[in-house]
Write a protein that binds this ligand. Structure first.
Ligand SMILES: Nc1ncnc2c1ncn2[C@@H]1O[C@H](COP(=O)(O)OP(=O)(O)OP(=O)(O)O)[C@@H](O)[C@H]1O
Ligand SMILES: [Mg+2]
Length: 484
């Protein structure tokens, strides 16, 4: 529908004669089209637009004007100041009216339309008036649409920022720093990503971060938990079906691949995917096309980035023939591994503080303080449930309603989960049989070595954590009889 609001024009024209002709051409429409300002150079136009671009809807500019800044360059500069402004260019008859490259160049620079001005002996008009007026009105309509598109895009971007703030990745350990770099690299590519790590390590928030920092951020992010959907329904969820594909298929169903078109599909717990669905998934990843159940004609092209996550060790699943190796390689183009929390203890205080602050505010409570002893418990606890467990414990701590978190407040909140480190004297030694120092020393070394090895990804990693040169580490491991 056409809006009857006034259309404000900025005219860039350096010849009085042509200014007059433009005014004459639109005179019949003076009730709608208003020449708000006239400037005689590109620079003056930009100065004006920089401070008050919202005043204008349409810019009408002569192609050739004095002052250097003109033509396509000026069009580009104006669009840079305000992309919603629509620009109509008037060119001289001497410029070739049939020159496609000329017209194309102008359009590419961002012009809305161009017309070739009448020869100088036609005094009253610059161009055929109805066409000229119609183009101004159309330019105005386009400007309204453009502004709407830009504001809704702005809103979407603000939503994206909110999603990212809610799923901020906290931590400064080497692992988390590397993770941030990996997410950044993922942003500019469409390569499939496989995120692995045990439960509660942050796989899901990483998937969100990959999507919402990438170039698909304004498109759909579609998560599906492959472990929670009955096996016989997975294929119809992923690929959808045609009406009448089977008894009960009364309507055509969109598959999640279609919903995620141009966006990201997050296959959570991908290790749970049944083998027949794995075969189909592999085909989609290879061909970029889906085969809907009951569709005999052509396949449907989709453009979907796949991010998958698993807390299983997929290599073991492949070994056990529960996961297809070819699919594994397709999904695993970019690998992200999230180490358990106990292997990045330096992140624990920051995570603790972040969620303690957040939950206290949510619950309208004063943020409690934590004493050193409680901090030791925080750092030495196993955190088998990783960050999720940490968050749950913080909730429980706040329910305890203590202004100060002490060791006992903490261990109570941990409840049955609390298991002090294995290397306490009681665990090392049976109090009825006090061991001589030499034996105890050996036992302590052995316990500590086992403790560190359990928390390391490799022998090299354990040696590094213990601050030992690898040859010394291996000698001690052998002496302690930890391994052959
Ligand atoms: N580095 C982190 N910074 C802030 N919050 C985190 C971090 N890692 C995990 N979390 C939080 O911990 C909780 C568990 O994370 P998430 O759901 O992503 O784990 P997951 O690896 O997908 O677990 P599961 O395998 O059980 O599905 C979430 O509430 C998440 O916001
Ligand atoms: Mg998860």
């Amino acid at each position: 529908m056409m809006t009857e609001a006034k259309i404000n024009v900025l005219l860039i024209e350096d010849e009085d004669f042509d200014v007059r002709r433009v005014r004459n051409t639109i005179k019949l429409f003076a009730h709608r089209i208003v020449i708000h300002d006239v400037v005689s150079s590109g620079r003056a136009a930009l100065d004006l637009l920089q401070t008050s671009s919202s005043v204008y809807d349409v810019v009408i500019m002569d192609f050739q004007i004095a002052g250097g800044l003109m033509g396509e360059n000026l069009v580009r500069e104006i669009k840079r100041v305000d992309p919603s402004l629509q620009i109509i260019v008037i060119t001289k008859m001497t410029l070739n009216i049939a020159d496609y490259d000329f017209a194309h160049g102008l359009m590419m620079a961002g012009a809305f339309w161009y017309c070739t001005k009448y020869p100088g002996d036609i005094e009253e008009y610059i161009y055929q008036p109805t066409d000229f007026i119609l183009s101004i009105v159309n330019a105005y309509e386009k400007k309204l649409l453009e502004r709407e598109r830009l504001t809704s895009k702005g809103k979407l971007i603000r939503n994206v920022q909110e999603i990212l703030t809610q799923r901020a990745i906290i931590g400064e350990s080497t692992a988390i720093k590397k993770l941030r770099e990996q997410i950044e690299k993922c942003a500019s590519s469409d390569a499939p990503v496989l995120i692995s790590g045990s439960s509660g390590t942050g796989k899901e928030i990483v998937a969100y971060n990959i999507h919402y920092t990438g170039h698909r951020k304004l498109e759909n992010f579609v998560p599906i938990n492959c472990g929670s959907i009955p096996h016989d329904l997975i294929e119809s969820e992923l690929f959808g079906y045609e009406k009448g594909a089977f008894t009960g298929a009364e309507e055509r169903k969109l598959g999640l691949f279609e919903v995620a078109d141009h966006g990201t599909l997050f296959l959570d717990e991908v290790g749970e995917l049944p083998l027949p669905a794995q075969v189909k998934l592999l085909r989609v990843l290879q061909d970029g096309e889906i085969e809907k159940i009951g569709r005999t004609a052509t396949k449907i092209k989709v453009d979907v980035r796949v991010v998958a996550a698993t807390n299983k060790i997929l290599e073991e699943e492949i070994e056990a023939k529960r996961f297809r190796e070819d699919l594994y390689y397709r999904l695993n183009v970019v690998q992200i591994y999230l180490p358990p929390l106990r292997e990045r203890t330096e992140d624990i205080p920051a995570l603790f503080d972040y969620y303690l602050t957040q939950f206290s505010a949510d619950m309208g409570k004063q943020k409690p303080t934590i004493d050193d002893e409680a901090m030791t418990v925080l750092l030495s606890h196993e955190w088998r449930g990783n960050v999720r467990e940490l968050k749950n414990v913080i909730h429980r701590l706040l329910f305890a309603d203590e202004p100060k978190i002490t060791r006992s407040v903490f261990t109570t909140a941990l409840g049955a989960l609390w298991k002090p480190m294995e290397n306490t004297i009681e665990e090392l030694n049976d109090p009825t049989h006090i061991l001589p120092w030499r034996q105890m020393e050996r036992k302590m070394r052995e316990t500590y070595f086992r403790y560190v090895r359990k928390r390391s990804t490799s022998d090299a990693d354990a040696a590094k954590k213990l601050g030992l040169a690898p040859p010394n580490y291996h000698r001690m491991v052998k002496e302690l009889g930890i391994k052959g």
